[in-house]
Design a protein around this ligand. Sequence first.
Ligand SMILES: [Cu+2]
Length: 249
Amino acid sequence: MMFKGNFLKSIGLTTVLAAAMFLQSCEKENGLTQSTLRFTHKVGTSNVIYDSLMYTNEASNLFSVTLLRYFISDVVLHNTSGDTFVIDTDIYVDARDTNTLTHVFTTEVPNKTFTHLTFNFGFSNEDNVSGMYPSLPESGMVWPDMMGGGYHYMKFEGKFLDNSMITNFKVHTGMLNGNANYFTVTLPLAESISSKFFDMTLVMDLNNWFRTPNTFDLANIIGGMMGNQTAQTQIQQNGQDVFSVIQND
Ligand SMILES: [Cu+2]
């Protein structure tokens, strides 16, 4: 839309403002003044209800969820030209602590039509440095030095019915003896990000940790899985599809 200067002067301020608003809407401005990344945790399509033995996984374990804490790192937007924008280097999430479920960013996203989001679940080996979190709650995720050091990627705990006995399970993942058990998640965005700010939700479906490609039977990790590389690999492989993204704006 083009106006000649003289014409602009003659039609008055109201029309100029209306034109400015029109041009802005052409650029798909969403009006946000900061970016927000939210985290939601589900089993199937329903939000997690904690401490209730009510879920059934692929191995037919009846289970509950009591604790879910994890890190994601290198959270980056990408476009098809190879441009990147780092949203954050590391994010700690405790599903039961609402303070950790909403992360706000004030740096403007460059206007480069970002089409997908990537992040590491846990940390790359080089980023997984013992002592980097001196205080709680992150320091509570420390992974023992004698097992390779650094930090747990995830603690996912609950109870399950093992031969009619209510039994604890602890799905704990990390860099066991230096093995790179983290994985990179790539999520295409249904609507590319061209605005200065975004509002997105990362959704984790807990049942997906227990299936595809490996049917994960909690009876196999009674007593823990921190020293069990086979179980670490199974969870790593199953984790590829635990996340989806919802764009709120
Ligand atoms: Cu552990």
